[in-house]
Ligand binder design. Structure first.
Ligand SMILES: *Cc1c(COP(=O)(O)O)cnc(C)c1O
Length: 217
């Protein structure tokens, strides 16, 4: 598939589900993709990207930002506390705020810098032991605590369990955002972004459908 095709499908899903035109942002997930594929998508005019690894992003994006003005890069992968400072310098948003210790570190850094990237709280909607994220039962308290630290989360993020119908997870995330007064919903990937849009996604994270399969070789 191509960037143009994915963009068209997003606009169609917005129209179909009564969403405002342009209300869904496409994050092109470029992790471990060959540089030429990323450059091709930049040359098509796309400017919003997602990365999972701080080091990989650090090696790639300073140069690409210099070549392509207007780029924004969002961190969507697990973030180690000792990489939080670097992450704040590299990314316009962090979608993976998933534990109190990371929130505290980000709050401290934000105080020092007087500036903070846009933050999404990752929720482990499937309560999977191996997956990062705040448990649904702990979310409301986590948001209260984050706000008490002067953090202002923009929204919530989830990665539904593999091989299951994702829609109950999208519905759950949407409900949790609404009751906490959060407007951002980072949900939906290559296989399910249209369903996520039906449930209110504001940011879809699409990798392989744009760039092709990832090779971790
Ligand atoms: C890799 C990744 C994606 C993109 O996945 P695709 O299935 O390739 O679209 C989206 N979100 C997160 C958190 C990811 O790690």
């Amino acid at each position: 598939m191509s960037l143009a095709e994915i963009t068209r499908r997003i606009r169609d899903a917005e129209a179909k589900h009564g969403r405002a035109p342009g209300s869904v942002q496409l994050i092109a997930v470029s992790k471990v993709q060959p540089l030429e594929r990323v450059v091709a998508v930049l040359e098509e005019g796309h400017r919003l990207f997602g990365e999972n690894y701080v080091q990989e992003a650090q090696g790639k994006w300073p140069d690409l930002r210099a070549r392509f003005p207007g780029v924004a890069v969002h961190m969507i992968g697990p973030l180690q506390t000792n990489k939080a400072k670097l992450a704040m310098e590299l990314f316009e948003a962090i979608h993976s705020v998933d534990r109190p210790s990371l929130a505290e570190k980000l709050a401290r850094l934000a105080q020092e810098r007087g500036h903070c990237p846009q933050l999404f709280v990752q929720v482990n909607t499937g309560e999977e032991p191996q997956k990062a994220g705040v448990l649904p039962a702990d979310l409301d308290d986590f948001i209260v605590r984050a706000r008490a630290m002067d953090l202002a989360p923009a929204g919530l993020m989830c990665i539904p369990p593999e091989g299951q119908d994702p829609t109950p997870h999208f519905a759950m995330l949407s409900g949790m955002a609404a009751r906490n007064g959060l407007t951002g919903l980072s949900m939906g990937m290559s296989s399910d972004f249209e369903a996520a849009i039906a449930y209110g996604a504001t940011h879809v994270r699409v990798g392989s459908a744009i760039f092709g399969a990832r090779s971790y070789a």
